[in-house]
Design a protein around this ligand. Structure first.
Ligand code: HEM
Length: 423
């Protein structure tokens, strides 16, 4: 059981309900379906590249913001079937238009509530009392949260109100998707439409489980929270690290230039198997800056780990970032060296299979990892076909991070974009 459920982040479901919901979601991330999402993802990658081109200060591109716009827009379209328009707004803002004129108010409110949700789930001492207590005394988190969310003025109360508002908006989107379906508006690719289809065709009946609207809402909410900052951070981290490792950059550009004609969008198989060095770069970036600092579990039955007997109900916290810097598994762990992940390399062969687990591990591991990797690879190909990057003079050194539920560059990643002339 994942302890984050206690924070209400993942819809508050657990055990058999979680397992049934997860079974519903897994088919949505199968390779054939992901391949169908490439054109949608690519359109937002193109918008990211255009936004870089249109940035008024080419010496100080606010890369984290732009990549977050891309990631939220992609989830908006693929999970909810709606256009959040953040990438477009970023372009309008760069052009001196604040974009307010024709912005959709509902979308703006939705995004405001999304942002608040991300702030509320901070895993530090600035968070809500129940979240802070959960860090030290997980067993009191749920009762404390239930109590405090009724007390106006507390962070738990505000978090609960915000969550309710966001959920009402998601409910309205679900109702809209259902109306589209009933009106026979083509085969929608988005996640909510696919779940509604699965429910109609009886696919929601695993082990007697009936998928209700509240489950669809929980799943959509979960994707919005789990699938945006994570992916945006990974793209930013790749670009930040490559920009200060010229040898890596050179090899990466060679691979990207050589694997397909420049104007052609790579296919799913090419992304999966045709870019081995990019794969290594992404793995190494995800080791170097580990996106999810904590993976948490509550034991649902007694279990023995390394000779320690943990009774049922024990909270277990795992810090994959510590594993990722273990010199026994990753020699010279402070060096950014993608080749350590080369298939067949001695280091790769000698490594424990669970030493590198940026997407978690076991039955609760990240369900969206293929989706995320497809997006990160498309973004890398799109960006490096047009640009190379250097750190902006405004980029801080050494880097500072915020260690929340998802790792974040405290002051963003600021880059200089240099147009490639030979392509
Ligand atoms: C680079 C990007 C990403 C990283 C590093 C990442 C990492 C993680 C990690 C560490 C977990 C917890 C695993 C565990 O407890 O063992 C997780 C869970 C999850 N992730 Fe991701 N994730 C990423 C992108 C995404 C995307 C794009 C989506 C959806 C489109 C997504 C959906 C989920 C969901 C639904 C869960 C909960 C799974 C469950 O509880 O059954 N993630 N992710």
């Amino acid at each position: 059981m994942c302890v984050y459920c206690n924070a209400g982040i993942f819809g508050g479901v657990r055990d058999s309900t979680w397992s049934s919901m997860r079974n519903m979601v897994i088919p949505l991330y199968q390779p054939a379906r992901l391949a169908g999402l490439i054109p949608t993802m690519q359109s937002y990658v193109d918008a990211l590249v255009d936004n870089i081109a249109g940035c008024p200060d080419q010496d100080c591109i606010p890369f984290c913001q732009l990549s977050l716009c891309m990631a939220i827009d992609i989830i908006g379209k693929t999970a909810f079937g709606i256009e959040f328009g953040l990438s477009r707004k970023a372009a309008d803002t760069a052009a001196g238009d604040d974009g307010d004129g024709d912005d959709d108010d509902d979308v703006k409110e939705f995004l405001r509530e999304y942002k608040k949700s991300m702030e509320f789930i901070k895993m530090d001492l600035s968070s809500s009392l129940s979240t802070i207590l959960g860090l030290f005394l997980p067993c009191v988190q749920t009762p404390c949260k239930r109590l405090l969310r009724r007390v106006p003025g507390t962070a738990d109360y505000k978090m609960d109100q915000n969550e309710r508002r966001l959920c009402r908006r998601i409910d309205a989107i679900i109702a809209g998707r259902r109306r589209d379906r009933d009106a026979g508006d083509g085969a929608a690719l988005d996640f909510i439409a696919a779940l509604l289809d699965a429910r109609e065709s009886g696919g929601g009946g695993h082990g007697g489980f009936a998928l209700e609207d509240r489950h669809v809402r929980a799943l959509a909410y979960e994707h919005l929270i789990a699938g945006t900052k994570t992916t945006a951070f990974t793209v930013s981290s790749v670009v930040y690290l490559v920009s200060c490792h010229p040898r890596v950059e050179e090899r990466l550009l060679r691979e990207i230039d050589g694997f397909a004609p420049r104007g052609r969008v790579p296919g799913a198989d090419e992304l999966h198997a045709g870019l081995p060095y990019l794969n290594q770069v992404i793995k190494e970036a995800m080791r170097f800056h580990l996106v999810s600092p904590l993976i948490a579990r509550e034991t649902s039955e007694p279990v023995e780990i390394a000779g320690h007997l943990l009774p049922k109900g024990t909270y277990v916290w795992l810090a994959p970032g510590v594993l990722a810097r273990d010199a026994a598994q990753f020699p010279e762990p402070e060096e950014f060296r993608p080749e350590r992940f080369a298939a067949g390399a001695a280091e790769e062969r000698a490594r424990h299979p669970y030493a590198h687990i940026p997407f978690g591990i076991g039955p609760r591991a990240c369900v969206g990892h293929r989706f995320a990797l497809q997006q990160v690879k498309l973004a890398a190909v799109g960006l490096y076909r047009r640009y190379v990057f250097r750190h902006s003079p405004a980029m801080e050194s050494p880097l500072q991070f915020d260690f929340d539920l998802v790792l974040a560059f405290r002051h963003g990643v600021k880059l200089r974009a240099i147009k490639r002339t030979n392509t």
